[in-house]
Structures are given as structure tokens and as C-alpha cells.
Ligand binder design. Structure first.
Ligand code: NAP
Length: 273
């Protein structure tokens, strides 16, 4: 039988390797099957729902592993921070009941995508639900020419820059002093990482906010280090001979299932204060 979305009746469950998560996954599978859903052992792209058991990190890993599918996803938190995770293991019966009754909402979260153009070879692409970080591959001061749209803005000097989605604003961005953004807003936040500001050099010291259609181009300063470390949702990618990195908000959204009474600011209060 299908869920409230009139879907396939198939639910994919992923979990991290912790014992508590594996146990919760097993219990949820049994409950879903008893409620008439089919829970395959491997990912089925025809599924109407993905459940991810673990923490935010597990949800991010699952999305990256599956290539950011359009299928709605819900998280079960097994003892982590759980900003994205809507459920606790004890909520499963209530969740199945509410899901079948259609008592939920879908939070559509924009992702951020990056195109890395190098001196040789085809461009590479990265994507993140939280953020993309651009930094030098070595522990020296990164020198990055920053263009907003077509306009050259500054030569940034520092550890690097972090480009955050609204959903990622409460993660690494927040630890760097960036602003918390209500995910109903559509914008890109660019947060400097340890910017150098002295009598010789000037870089933006605060985050800047850009409209959703504006892209960001980052070019290593001419004649300088071209080996870059690009980190998408915590996953590191090393690139040599980087000529340009183009970053923009992607139309590819993550559809996070929430209970009907979900409130972003209550979550912020509960998790961050
Ligand atoms: P991790 O370094 O093991 O843990 C990162 C922490 O950030 C976890 O506690 C995670 O929650 C939490 N988190 C993830 N997304 C969040 C969000 N949107 N809002 C609030 N908290 C969030 O790495 P990970 O678990 O693989 O997660 C990757 C993320 O780590 C990256 O996207 C980046 O934002 C973040 N990170 C943060 C720092 C920092 O704060 N200094 C440094 C590096 C990376 P759970 O406990 O529920 O998993």
C-alpha cells in the first residue's frame, strides 16, 4: 500500500554503523512492513520516502551517496545534534500514523553547487546541502580573487571562504561567526575563514549575503598556489591546477519531511542555545 502521497509504498532506510542506529533501523523496518510498506535491502529509486537513522552527518552522507535524490527524506536522531533529524527512535509509531494520515509538511531546502575548472581536463562538480568550503591545499595564506557575478570584489587573504545555504547556516558557518538564516529565505551566504586584515591587506571580515540568482567566481591569485581543497558538506576533494571555481545555489532541492508543528526557530533554540 502507498503512503499519504499516493506513492509506491516503498520506503528506503539508511543508518550509520552505530549499534543504536542499526537497532532503530531494524525496529522501523518491522513497523513499516507491519503497516503495509515495502522496505528493500538496497536503495530503490522508486521509493516514496527515504528514512535516515543517525545524526545530521548521516543524513548528509546519505544524500551525497545517493546524488541528492528528489525523494522526500526524514531523519531519526540516535543521540547526535540532529538539526535535520525530525524523529527520535521512540517516535516511530506516531510517525507512521501521521505519515499515512498526511500530517506532515515538506521543507524544501536549496543546495549549493560548485564547478571546478582546471588547466587541464573536464570540469569537476561538487554539491552540498550545508556548504562548500574553498581553501588552499597547504597551511599557508590562501589568496583568492573573488568575483560576485561578473564584478571583481577583492583579493581575499586568509584560510579560505565558506559558501553556505540557508540550511547550512547553523553548521560550520555559525561556528565561523556567520549568521543564522531562516531557511524560508532564498540566499547565499559567503563567510570568510580567518581573513587577514592589517595595514598591508584588507579582506571582508564579516559574512556577505547574495541573492539566489547571483553566482560567485573564485580564482586563485595569478602566479600563486593553484592546488585547492574543496570541501562539500565535510567531504574533502583535492584539485591541482585550479583556474576557476564557480558556485551558485542549485535548483536541486532536498525535500525534508517534518511534522506539521515543525518550527525552525524552536529547533534553533533547542539545539544552539
Ligand atoms: P562532523 O565534523 O563529524 O560533525 C559536524 C557537526 O555539525 C555534527 O554535530 C553535526 O550534527 C552538525 N551539523 C551538521 N549539519 C548541521 C546543520 N545544518 N546545522 C547544525 N548542525 C549541523 O561532520 P559531519 O557530521 O560529517 O557533518 C558535516 C558538517 O560538519 C559540514 O557540512 C560542516 O557544516 C560541519 N563542520 C563544522 C565545523 C565546525 O563547527 N567548526 C567544522 C567542520 C565541519 P550531528 O551530531 O547530528 O551529526
Amino acid at each position: 500500500m502507498g503512503g499519504s502521497m499516493g506513492g509506491s509504498g516503498i520506503v528506503n532506510i539508511f543508518s550509520n554503523d552505530e549499534t543504536a542506529s542499526k537497532q532503530a533501523r531494524k525496529r522501523l523496518k518491522a513497523k513499516l512492513e507491519a503497516a503495509g510498506f515495502s522496505v528493500p535491502a538496497d536503495f530503490d529509486p522508486a521509493a516514496e520516502l527515504i528514512v535516515c537513522v543517525g545524526g545530521d552527518g548521516s543524513l548528509l552522507n546519505t544524500l551525497a551517496l545517493l546524488g541528492f535524490p528528489e525523494i522526500p527524506i526524514i531523519g531519526v536522531n540516535t543521540g547526535h545534534l540532529g538539526f535535520f533529524q525530525e524523529l527520535r527512535p521512540g517516535d516511530m509509531d506516531e510517525f507512521i500514523f501521521r505519515y499515512k494520515e498526511g500530517q506532515y509538511l515538506i521543507q524544501s531546502l536549496k543546495t549549493v553547487s560548485g564547478e571546478i575548472v582546471r588547466d587541464e581536463g573536464e570540469p569537476s562538480f561538487v554539491k552540498g546541502l550545508n556548504e562548500i568550503v574553498i581553501r588552499g591545499a597547504r597551511s599557508t595564506v590562501a589568496r583568492l580573487n573573488i568575483f560576485m557575478g561578473d564584478s571583481f570584489i577583492e583579493t581575499f587573504r586568509g584560510d579560505g571562504i565558506l559558501v553556505s545555504t540557508p540550511a547550512g547556516s547553523t553548521a560550520y558557518n555559525y561556528a565561523l561567526g556567520g549568521s543564522i538564516v531562516d531557511p524560508r529565505l532564498d540566499l547565499i551566504q559567503v563567510t570568510p575563514m580567518a581573513p587577514v586584515n592589517n595595514s598591508a591587506y584588507r579582506s571582508f571580515a564579516s559574512s556577505v549575503l547574495l541573492p539566489p540568482h547571483m553566482s560567485l567566481n573564485v580564482l586563485p591569485e595569478y602566479g600563486r598556489e593553484k592546488n585547492m581543497l574543496i570541501v562539500a558538506d565535510g567531504v574533502e576533494h583535492n584539485y591541482s591546477g585550479v583556474r576557476r571555481i564557480h558556485i551558485e545555489l542549485s535548483e536541486n532541492t532536498v525535500k525534508l519531511l517534518r511534522f506539521a508543528n515543525y518550527d525552525f526557530w524552536n529547533k534553533v533554540k533547542e539545539k544552539l542555545l
